[in-house]
Design a protein around this ligand. Structure first.
Ligand code: TRP
Length: 450
């Protein structure tokens, strides 16, 4: 890690390392688990169309905004508003982001745990035979998630692995892991897509994913697509901001933001191309929600030659991709504990771990037969993506567009005038006049306020 002589904060060493880390954060279960089921529930192509619109109009500008704030302040989400000169109250938004990040890591580590269990099943050679149980792969998955203690163990394992990697520091832990894993995942996905395209239901799957039925677009679908865009890009609660606080002055913010947006969206679309042909070939309901892909993946592997080997590679990559995402989530609260509260990094990691563990266990137990009045997993999942992240994105846009000194905005995007061709004016316009009202209207319409 390159040390900044003035502080103990680390820096990402290379440009490739920056892209690998931001893409590593963005690409994860959000693309491969959440996108397909949200898209399936939102009517397929209609959802995809809204989603791509949100990535371009809101997503990439908000990533730029987080990058600008993070690199200009070189500190955590809470302190950055203090450092950049804010009116009262803004740092508290940082605190909301920190709480939201702990909520997200709680349910996310449960899903990552599912991926680990499926990796274990594949390694033991038993994955494909689970389909022989009564009710097939779907029923097996329901039994597993209802089993309680197995999920709790996996959630704890995921969190322990995550914090062990995080303790390695910014560059060693995050950068190295992401640089190796992300390209491999891409290659594997392309192979899986080719396999899906040869299935008898390929034409139906592709038309579901790419041929929009505009009557399916409701406010709920629009809200879901917006929430998914925020979730998948890791924006709205200061995750990209925290990463950008570790960027060097030579990093190109707009280019990194655009690359992250494009790669992340490509992975989501590849996941769709992999999943939906199988959904239509094997008669699986695309609208079933969070359980969808854990029924579809094993089904696909059970029909492939050498299925177990493919399954091992796939779940291995999925588990790793989820770890590069959880690493970025935990960094939000850790940076806050270190920068704002003055804790040592080790202590900050332990505190963040304990908080995430409490949340993770609660979410893991949501699927058991415990008679809790609310399902915390669904609550955390939906409230964080569809409400907290958009509200965070709205406030970040307002702050960056209207309150932050325009000079800082331009200097950050152009590296003090050294970079040419960055659409500074367009980005500022979007952040000032498009993102805040669009997010506000969508939130209000879907909650039924207007
Ligand atoms: N974007 C990641 C994914 O698609 C999840 C994620 C990582 C995230 N960091 C985040 C979501 C911060 C919201 C906020 O899997």
């Amino acid at each position: 890690m390159s040390e900044n002589p003035k502080s103990s904060r680390g820096y990402f060493a290379t440009k490739a390392g920056i892209i690998a880390a931001t893409v590593g954060s963005a690409v994860g279960l959000g693309n491969i688990w959440r996108f397909p089921y949200e898209c399936g529930q939102g009517g397929g192509a209609a959802f995809l169309l809204c989603y791509i619109g949100f990535i371009a109009l809101l997503g990439i500008p908000v990533i730029c905004a987080e990058f600008i704030l993070g690199r200009a302040a070189h500190t955590d989400f809470f302190s950055c508003f203090e450092r950049l000169g804010s009116r009262r109250g803004w740092p508290w938004m940082g605190l909301i982001g920190i709480v939201a990040s702990l909520m997200i890591i709680s349910f996310y580590s449960v899903v990552a745990g599912w991926a680990f269990e499926y990796l274990r099943l594949s390694l033991s050679g038993n994955l494909i035979s689970t389909g022989n149980s009564q009710g097939g792969f779907g029923a097996y998955f329901a039994t597993f998630t209802g089993s309680g203690y197995a999920i709790v163990i996996w959630t704890v394992v995921v969190l322990a692995l995550n914090y062990a990697m995080v303790l390695g520091g910014v560059r060693k832990g995050i950068e190295r892991a992401s640089t190796i894993m992300m390209p491999l995942l891409g290659v594997l996905l392309v192979i899986m897509c080719i396999n899906s395209l040869m299935m008898p239901g390929a034409a139906d799957g592709l038309s579901f994913l790419f041929k929009p039925d505009f009557s399916k677009i409701t406010w709920n679908v629009i809200l879901g697509a917006m929430g998914q865009a925020f979730f998948s890009l890791s924006i709205g609660l200061g995750c990209m901001l925290t990463y950008a606080s570790y960027f060097k002055d030579s990093a190109e913010l707009f280019r990194s933001a655009a690359t992250t947006g494009i790669l992340d969206t490509s992975v989501a679309i590849l996941a769709g191309v992999m999943i939906f042909p199988a959904v239509f070939t094997y008669g699986i309901a695309p609208t079933q929600g969070p359980t969808l892909v854990f029924e579809v993946f094993p089904t696909i592997f059970s029909k492939m030659a050498g299925g177990t080997i493919w399954a091992i590679m796939f779940f291995f990559m999925l588990a790793l991709a989820s770890l590069t995402s959880t690493i970025s989530m935990s960094e939000i609260s850790i940076a806050f504990f270190v920068d704002k509260c003055g804790m040592r990094r080790r202590m900050a990691c332990i505190l963040s771990f304990v908080l995430a563990l409490a949340g993770g266990v609660i979410c893991a137990l949501s699927f058991t037969h415990l008679d809790w009045p609310v399902n915390f997993f669904n609550l955390f999942n939906n409230v964080s993506s569809n409400i907290l992240l958009p509200i965070g994105g709205l406030l970040i846009s307002v702050y960056t567009g209207h309150i932050l000194n325009k000079k800082i905005f331009t200097e950050q995007l152009t590296n003090n005038g050294k970079l040419h061709g960055v659409p500074v004016g367009l980005l500022r316009f979007l952040l000032r006049w498009i993102c805040p009202p669009a997010i506000a209207i969508i939130l209000a319409m879907s909650i039924g306020l207007i």
